[in-house]
Ligand binder design. Structure first.
Ligand code: PRX
Length: 647
C-alpha cells in the first residue's frame, strides 16, 4: 500500500473520552447545515455574554451588498471570556508556561496572575489615551507581554493589529499607517536562536516614514535590557503598569465590534488588513479549538506558532484562553540550542497536544530520527498541522517519530480570512488519510467549482469555495470593503472564494492542493508575488522582475525570481546577493529569495501579460509540461530561460 493510501482509524483510547465521536460528528454536522441559526445560537452558550444574542447570522454574499454579521444583538467582552470567567474555578491553574529562547528563562503564569497583569496594562493604556475603537499596533517577541497586550486591548475595546516581529521597518510602517494606530507596543529586542533582533530600532526607523505621525506613544518592554535610544514618545512598559490598579472593568462590546486587524498578503497590491469582530470570532476560535484538539481540563497544549499570524491569534490566545486551557508559550526556534528542543519542551511540561507546521516537521525530519532521542514525548495524545499542505512522508514522520505512533494528526485547513479551522479531522471521529484535511468542521459547507462557476460533484478537483457564512469569517478589509468584495465574492456568485485548489476523493475526503492565485506559501508564511516584485523593481539595477514559487524540500515552496536588468547593468554574483539583501531589508527575512535567475526577456503574451505558468514550470524543472508557447510575443525567450536555469 502506498503511504498516501494508508489509513489510520481512531485510536480506542481517544474515542473513549472524545467530545465528538463519528456518530456525533454526523448528526451535529447535519444539524449545523440544516438548522444553521439554531445550531449557532445553541453553540453561542459556550461564551459568557453580558446580554445574550437572540439572532445568529445576518449575511449577504451577493457582490453588490456583501455584509457579514453574527449575533448582532449580543454584547460581550473577549478578554472577560479569556480570563475573568475562569477565575473562580481555575484562578490558580497555569494559563501559560513560558519558555524563553534561553531555556533557563521560564515563567509559569496562572489565570489569576495574567488577569492582574492584563488589568494593570489595560489601565496603563487608558492613561496613554487609548479608547474604545482606537487601533494599537503590536510588534513583539513571543513573550507573555504580547498576550497581555492583546488581551488588554480587547479588555478596553481597542483594536489590536499585531505585526510579525520578522517584518522590516517599511512593512511595519505601512501597517501602522493603514491601521491608523496611535500607540505601538514593542520590546527593546527580541531573541531567537541566540540572536538579538533590534525591534525598537526597527520601530524608530518605521516611525521616520511619512504618515506615521499618528503614533503618539511607543510602549517598550524591557526584554534584553539592551542599551537602546529613547525619544519623547517612548514609555517603558514597566513605568506604564507601575502604580496601576489590578482592577479594570471589561468594556461591554457589541458582538460585531472589531476585535483585531491582521494583515495578510493577496495576489496583488499591498497586504490587506482583515478585520475580525468580537462575538462570532471568539465563539468560532474557542469551539474549533475545543473540538479539534479534543481539549480536556488536564491537557497541556502547545501551539508552536507566533502571535504575529492568525494561528497565534486563534490558537495561542483566543481559542485556548476562552477554553481555560493550560498552554506553552515558546519564544525560541526548534533548532536552538539543538534539534532536540521541541521534544524536551514536550517532556518538561507534559504537553499532551502539539499543534505545529509541516515546515517544522520537515526541518526536524531532515536531521534524522535520532534527534528525538533526548525526549520520550509519552505525554502526547493529539498532534496538529497547519499552514500548508503536509506531504504524506512528513505526515508519517510526524506520526511515527514525534508522536510515537500513538497520536492522531489533525491536518487543519484554514486561512487568515476564515478566523478558525474549516476543514479538519476530529480526533475521536475521523479515520485519517495522510495528506488529507479530511472533512468540513460544523457549519462549513465546502464545494468545488470549475472555472465557470459550475459546482462539480463526486470525486473531482476544482476551485475550493464555501457556500455559506460561519461566525469566524472576516467581515471586511480595513479601509477597503470594495477590495474585500472584489477578492472573495466576485469570482463566483454568492459564495466565498478561498483562492485554494482542492481535490475530493471517492469517499468525500478533501485534499488541498495549494493556492491557485499568485500567492506563495513559504514555510507556511503567506506572501504575494506582487509585493516581492515591486520591491525588486524599486532597485536601480532592475528593469523587471517576475516571482514564482517552486517545490522546496523543507519550506514547501521556495521563492524563485527572474530578473531583467536595466540596459548597461552587468549581471554578477555581487549584484545577486545585493538583491537578496534588498528584498530582506524591504519586506523582511521571511521573503528572502532562494533563487535569482537573470532573464534578458520574460515570456509575455502579445498583450504584454507575463505567462507565469511557464515561469513556474521552468523554476520547478518540469520542462516537458511547458504547454503551448506559440501565443507568446517572442517564444525564443523561453529557450534562453531554460538554457540558463538557476538553482
Ligand atoms: O493555501 C492554504 C494554506 O495557507 C493559506 C492560508 O494562509 P494564512 O492566511 O497565512 O493562514 C495560515 C494559517 C491558517 C491557505 O489558503 N493552508 C493552510 N492550512 C493548510 C493549507 N494548505 C494545505 N493544508 C492545510 N492544512
Amino acid at each position: 500500500m502506498t503511504e498516501q493510501a494508508k489509513r489510520y482509524p481512531v485510536p480506542e483510547t481517544i474515542r473513549e473520552r472524545a467530545w465528538v465521536d463519528e456518530a456525533a460528528y454526523r448528526t451535529r454536522y447535519q444539524t449545523s447545515v440544516e438548522s444553521t441559526n439554531a445550531f449557532w445560537l445553541e453553540e453561542a452558550k459556550r461564551l459568557d455574554w453580558f446580554s445574550k444574542p437572540q439572532t445568529a447570522g445576518n449575511v449577504s454574499f451577493s457582490p453588490d451588498s456583501v455584509s457579514i454579521k453574527w449575533f448582532e444583538d449580543g454584547t460581550l467582552n473577549a478578554c472577560y471570556n479569556c480570563l475573568d470567567r475562569h477565575l473562580d474555578t481555575k484562578g490558580d491553574q497555569v494559563a501559560f508556561h513560558w519558555e524563553g529562547d534561553d531555556q533557563a528563562k521560564t515563567d509559569s503564569i496562572t489565570f489569576k496572575a495574567l488577569h492582574e497583569r492584563v488589568c494593570r496594562f489595560a489601565n496603563g493604556l487608558k492613561d496613554l489615551g487609548v479608547k474604545k475603537g482606537d487601533t494599537v499596533t503590536l510588534y513583539m517577541p513571543m513573550i507573555p507581554e504580547a498576550v497581555v497586550a492583546m488581551l488588554a486591548c480587547a479588555r478596553i475595546g481597542a483594536i489590536h493589529s499585531v505585526v510579525f516581529g520578522g517584518f522590516s521597518p517599511d512593512a511595519l510602517a505601512n501597517r501602522i499607517v493603514d491601521s491608523g494606530s496611535r500607540v505601538v507596543i514593542t520590546s527593546d529586542e527580541s531573541v531567537r536562536g541566540g540572536k538579538q533582533i533590534p525591534l525598537k530600532e526597527n520601530v524608530d526607523e518605521a516611525l521616520d516614514r511619512p504618515g506615521t505621525e499618528v503614533v503618539e506613544h511607543v510602549v517598550v518592554v524591557k526584554r534584553t535590557g539592551a542599551d537602546i535610544e529613547t525619544t519623547e514618545r517612548d514609555r517603558w512598559y514597566d513605568d506604564v503598569v507601575a502604580d496601576q490598579s489590578a482592577e479594570c472593568p471589561a468594556e461591554p462590546m457589541k458582538a460585531e465590534d472589531p476585535l483585531f486587524i491582521l494583515y495578510t498578503s493577496g495576489s496583488t497590491g499591498a497586504p490587506k488588513g482583515l478585520l475580525h469582530t468580537t462575538g462570532g470570532y471568539l465563539l468560532y476560535a474557542s469551539m474549533t479549538h475545543h473540538d479539534i484538539f479534543d481539549v480536556h481540563d488536564d491537557d497541556v497544549y502547545w501551539c508552536a506558532a507566533d502571535v504575529g499570524w492568525i494561528t497565534g491569534h486563534s490558537y495561542i490566545v483566543y481559542g485556548p484562553m476562552a477554553n481555560g486551557t493550560t498552554s506553552v508559550l515558546f519564544e525560541g526556534v526548534p533548532s536552538y540550542p539543538d534539534h532536540g528542543r521541541i521534544g524536551e519542551i514536550i517532556d518538561r511540561y507534559g504537553v499532551t497536544i502539539l499543534y505545529t507546521s509541516p515546515t517544522m516537521v520537515r526541518s526536524l525530519m531532515a536531521q534524522g530520527d535520532h534527534i528525538m532521542d533526548s525526549s520520550s514525548r509519552q505525554s502526547l495524545r493529539v498532534l496538529g498541522s497547519v499552514g500548508e499542505p503536509i506531504n504524506p512522508e512528513a505526515w508519517q514522520w510526524f506520526y511515527r517519530v514525534i508522536g510515537n505512533s500513538q497520536c492522531p494528526i489533525m491536518d487543519t485547513w484554514w486561512q487568515t480570512e476564515t478566523g478558525g479551522v474549516m476543514i479538519t479531522p476530529l480526533p475521536g471521529a475521523t479515520e485519517l488519510k495522510p495528506g488529507s484535511a479530511t472533512h468540513p468542521f460544523f457549519g462549513i459547507q465546502p464545494a468545488l467549482y470549475d472555472n465557470e462557476g459550475n459546482e462539480l460533484e463526486g470525486a473531482t478537483e476544482g476551485n475550493l469555495i464555501i457556500k455559506a457564512s460561519w461566525p469566524g469569517q472576516a467581515r471586511t478589509i480595513w479601509n477597503n470593503h470594495e477590495r474585500f468584495v472584489q477578492t472573495y465574492f466576485s469570482t463566483f456568485d454568492d459564495v466565498y472564494f478561498t483562492g485554494d485548489g482542492c481535490r475530493r476523493d471517492e469517499e468525500g475526503y478533501y485534499w488541498i492542493t495549494g493556492r491557485i492565485d499568485d500567492v506563495l506559501n513559504v514555510s507556511g508564511h503567506r506572501m504575494g508575488t506582487a509585493e516581492i516584485e515591486s520591491s525588486l523593481v524599486a532597485h536601480e539595477a532592475v528593469a523587471e522582475a517576475a516571482v514564482v514559487g517552486f517545490p522546496h524540500d523543507v519550506k514547501g515552496q521556495g521563492i524563485y525570481i527572474y530578473v531583467t536588468l536595466n540596459e548597461g547593468v552587468t549581471p554578477s554574483d555581487e549584484l545577486r546577493s545585493e538583491l537578496v539583501k534588498w528584498v530582506r531589508k524591504d519586506i523582511g527575512p521571511i521573503a528572502t529569495p532562494d533563487v535569482i535567475q537573470w532573464a534578458p526577456g520574460l515570456p509575455k503574451t502579445r498583450s504584454g501579460k507575463i505567462m507565469r505558468r511557464i515561469l513556474r514550470k521552468i523554476a520547478a524543472n518540469e520542462l516537458d509540461g511547458l504547454g503551448d508557447t506559440s501565443t507568446l510575443a517572442d517564444p525564443s525567450v523561453v529557450d534562453d530561460l531554460i538554457d540558463h536555469r538557476a538553482g
